[in-house]
Write a protein that binds this ligand. Structure first.
Ligand code: FES
Length: 150
């Protein structure tokens, strides 16, 4: 892991303006921003951890925990929102006992929001590991999750 982080840092100039591209590359490579990664960025760019954290949390594309075994994306774009996307997100949060952007304690599921899958006619839409579940209702949420609980 250390090596990957070092290589990414070496491929960017050690300037503040490289921060976002570095964060993006690390997230792509490791799946999240580990503490170790933040420490190394801090040394390399001479920025405090707080500063890096402040920038990274501003963009909700970044995550600070390893992704779960399954990733659930709930669409909250306009079409999905109008047809009950928020209720589906609430049902997911209740069922998984996490908030959007978090991973369950057992590492099984990560819950994320997306702005539109581009299949609005099927709204409201949720994707689990990229598999789309169309015209979902909050009621169907427990059965969707249980399919992946094996
Ligand atoms: S708004 Fe949800 S798929 Fe477009």
């Amino acid at each position: 892991m250390m090596q990957e982080i070092q290589e990414i840092l070496a491929s960017h100039s050690a300037e503040r303006s490289s921060l976002i591209p570095i964060l993006q590359d690390i997230q792509e490579s490791l799946g999240y921003l580990s503490e170790e990664a933040l420490d190394q960025i801090s040394c390399s760019l001479k920025l405090s951890i707080n500063e890096i954290y402040g920038v990274a949390t501003f963009y909700n594309q970044f995550r600070f925990q390893p992704p779960g075994e399954h990733t659930i994306h709930v669409c909250l774009g306009t079409a999905c929102h109008v047809r009950g996307g928020e209720q589906i997100m609430d049902a997911m949060e209740r069922e998984l006992k996490v908030k959007s952007g978090e991973t369950t304690g057992d590492g099984k599921f990560s819950l994320e929001r997306v702005a539109c899958f581009g299949c609005c006619a099927l709204a409201p839409v949720v994707a689990v590991d990229g598999k789309v579940h169309a015209q979902l209702t909050a009621k169907k949420v427990p059965s969707i999750i249980s399919q992946y609980h094996k």
